[in-house]
Design a protein around this ligand. Structure first.
Ligand SMILES: Cc1ncc(C[n+]2csc(CCOP(=O)(O)OP(=O)(O)O)c2C)c(N)n1
Ligand SMILES: [Mg+2]
Length: 413
């Protein structure tokens, strides 16, 4: 055939499966629900210290989530998203990456930053938008983290934009001496985002202009209120990878060791072939979508309670650790109270800090010389604040939250 090496056949066959037969793509698993390796499974190489680090980070996520979710409810921060139920998918994959692999996240992947040592003080500073926020000087919504130091591109709310961008980042890495053959772009997104055109554009790009880009899709069953059963008719997101000629794997996203092993191998393939790989982690969003959502309006409370009982990724890994003699009740108690103390201390500190100087709102928005529109906006705000800032109560209250009460801007002519 002029455009294909496809074998010729006299059988009129139609295809609707990528597995050869009519079966579904299998899900790779290492540990069963009670932390025991399943028959034939190879436990990835980890030592006790590494297992502790995994477990500690898996526990840090819900500790932070519990506090920050409630802090939002008290009106102290404007927004938050939890990662309940997805601890293994996020921490297991983070742990398989190198610290300078470039990460493009969606918004539920704070755990990757924590794994890289971002620290809970920085998490708090970003969520509070206080003067210590290195991510964006308090100019982004909470959870829109970014860190050059931690090779984590800033989160942006419009879904799926990171997917084609990741193909570009991967390509840039491939063309950069010293990064080629060593670094990959790792791109996280949800199964809902995979319905966006950008998903297809991104995979197409990463496939035809090859780049070492690892696409990690967290299939957590929901895109806000839309269940994944309404998001696709085919075999999940994984089925789309081979359509783009991309090596693909589906993994039990509640099994941290499976996610770790699959991500390690996916990363190795990215580098070896200089090509994209797709990993679909099957999990379940236990929490509400965000603080702007009440999921019991569209799913029964019992479904969530059942999931928590049947399969908690943290418990599954804890049982594995206990079976190796790496963990016990005392260690559990010590960890839980230490994490809670650390998080509360950090929260109290963040709460006490002021925001950046108000004029920082306009600095380094763009590189290079300040463009006319920024100048115009700064002058307009200063003019309005001079006119109303001292008298109108809501503005007076807002100004008091900034260093110098906004004087740096108001005083500027
Ligand atoms: C382009 C775009 N459309 C819609 C939204 C609103 N929105 C925010 S999150 C979300 C659901 C995304 O679901 P999924 O990708 O599965 O990620 P999850 O929240 O489950 O982690 C939607 C529809 C948006 N932010 N951007
Ligand atoms: Mg989802």
């Amino acid at each position: 055939m002029p455009t294909s090496q496809s074998p010729i056949t006299p059988d009129l066959q139609f295809f609707n499966s990528v597995t050869g037969g009519q079966g579904l793509i299998p899900t790779y698993r290492v540990l069963d629900g009670v932390g025991k390796p399943i028959e034939g499974a190879q436990v990835p190489e980890i030592d006790e210290a590494f297992a502790h680090r995994l477990y500690e980070h898996m526990n840090l996520l819900p500790t932070l989530d519990n506090v920050l979710y409630n802090v939002q409810r008290q009106g102290k921060i404007s927004f938050y998203v939890t990662a309940y139920g997805e601890e293994a998918a996020i921490i297991g994959s983070a742990a398989a990456l190198e610290n300078d692999d470039e990460v493009l996240g969606q918004y539920r992947e704070m755990g990757v930053l924590l794994w890289r040592g971002f620290g809970i003080d920085n998490v708090m500073a970003q969520c509070f938008g206080n003067a210590d926020d290195k991510s964006g000087k308090g100019r982004q919504m909470p959870v829109h983290f970014g860190s050059v130091e931690h090779h984590f591109l800033t989160i942006s709310s419009p879904l799926a934009t990171q997917i084609p961008q990741a193909a570009g980042v991967g390509y840039a890495l491939r063309r950069t001496p010293g990064r080629r053959d060593r670094s990959i772009a790792a791109c996280y997104f949800g199964e809902g985002s995979a319905s966006e055109g950008d998903f297809h554009a991104g995979l197409m790009l990463a496939s035809t202009i090859p780049s070492p880009t690892l696409y990690i899709v967290r299939n957590n069953g929901f895109a806000i209120s839309t269940p994944s059963s309404e998001q696709y008719y085919g075999d999940g997101i994984a089925a789309r990878g081979p359509g783009y000629g991309i090596d693909t794997v589906r993994v039990d996203g509640n099994d941290v060791l499976a996610v770790l092993a699959a991500t390690r191998e996916a990363r190795r393939r990215c580098l070896e072939q200089g090509r994209a790989v797709l990993l679909e982690a099957m999990t379940y969003r236990v929490g509400h979508h965000s603080t702007s959502d009440d999921s019991f309006a569209y799913r029964p409370r019992s479904e969530v309670e059942d999931r928590k009982k049947i399969d908690n990724p943290i418990v599954r890994f804890r049982l594995f650790m206990e079976s190796r003699g790496w963990w016990n009740a005392d260690a559990e108690e010590e960890l839980k109270s230490r994490l809670r103390e650390d998080v509360m201390k950090s929260f109290k500190h963040a709460e006490s800090l002021k925001r950046c100087e108000l004029q920082e709102l306009f600095t380094d928005v763009y590189g290079g010389e300040e463009p006319w529109n920024i100048k115009e906006q700064r002058e307009e705000l200063a003019r309005l604040l001079r006119k109303y800032g001292k008298d109108w109560e809501p503005w007076k209250q807002e100004l008091a939250k900034f260093k110098n009460n906004g004087e740096d801007l108001i005083g500027k002519q």
